[in-house]
Design a protein around this ligand. Structure first.
Ligand code: APR
Length: 231
């Protein structure tokens, strides 16, 4: 089976009702991103950050996957599909994808501020100041904030280097190191980029730019891949 590696961003979940980050007003759900999604923001106002993610958690857990997520899940019948997502929702898993790497963490999990390896499944419950791990450390969202390392990056880079086909869906490619993954893909590897507002990418010989929303573009590219590589 050919290895299909897919990098996804907020755009793939937009049609499931989850807002993207870089809307025209520059705010994320009415907040300055650095206030709620940076390590400095956490130290400045833990309660605000916890409340913010409590709302995001409830919203994400209630959301349903759309045709874009579902088409990627169906591709597992034909390809060895690996999804590298920048999203913290679990819509790829809900749609049925089995190999998903979350570069920026997961809303359904929390972790201890004392030990980053103490990670707990949390569901959609709110996290409050005073909720602690068994070592007595405050719990925080299991999210990679601005100013923090991206522990899954090495695994993602290794996978990307092994890709036979690479797909990108719904990311502005503004945030590094995730955006740099595209540079790991060899010139001879077919690349499909699906986005209604195409991000700027370096031109390369096997680059296919599909200007469409995920629910339309992903099924379209899926059909094309099946036809091209399997029929
Ligand atoms: N289908 C596909 N793509 C879409 C859709 C849609 N229906 N709607 C919007 N998009 C595209 C936009 O055109 C844009 O290119 O999704 C992209 C969203 O870009 P961003 O909001 O910048 O999201 P993303 O690239 O995932 O952000 C990366 O930034 O704030 C951090 O950690 C956060 O993971 C996030 C990272």
């Amino acid at each position: 089976m050919k290895k299909l590696v897919v990098l996804t961003g907020a755009g793939i979940s937009a049609e499931s009702g989850i807002k993207t980050f870089r809307d025209s007003d520059g705010l994320w759900e009415n907040h300055d991103v650095m206030e709620v999604a940076s390590i400095e923001g956490w130290h400045k106002n833990k309660e605000l950050v916890l409340d913010f993610y409590n709302q995001r958690r409830i919203q994400a857990m209630a959301a349903e996957p759309n045709e874009g997520h579902k088409a990627l899940a169906r591709l597992e019948n034909y390809f060895d599909v690996h999804i590298i997502t920048q999203n913290v929702d679990n819509l790829h898993e809900k749609a049925g994808s089995s190999k998903v790497i979350h570069l920026h963490g997961e809303l359904s999990k929390v972790r201890s501020i004392l030990d980053e390896n103490l990670v707990y499944e949390w569901g959609d419950k709110p996290v409050k100041l005073g909720d602690k791990c068994n070592k007595g450390g405050q719990l925080r969202p299991h999210i990679v904030w601005f100013g923090e390392a991206v522990p899954m990056m090495e695994t993602a880079a290794r996978l990307t280097l092994q890709a036979d086909i690479f797909m990108v869906v719904g990311t502005s490619l503004n945030v590094y190191p995730a955006a740099g993954l595209l540079d790991y893909v060899g010139d001879d590897i077919p690349k499909y980029i699906i986005d209604p507002n195409m991000p700027r990418v370096r031109s390369s010989p096997h680059l296919h730019l599909i200007e469409a929303v995920g629910s339309v573009g992903v099924p379209r590219v899926s059909d094309e891949l099946i036809e091209k590589y399997l029929i």
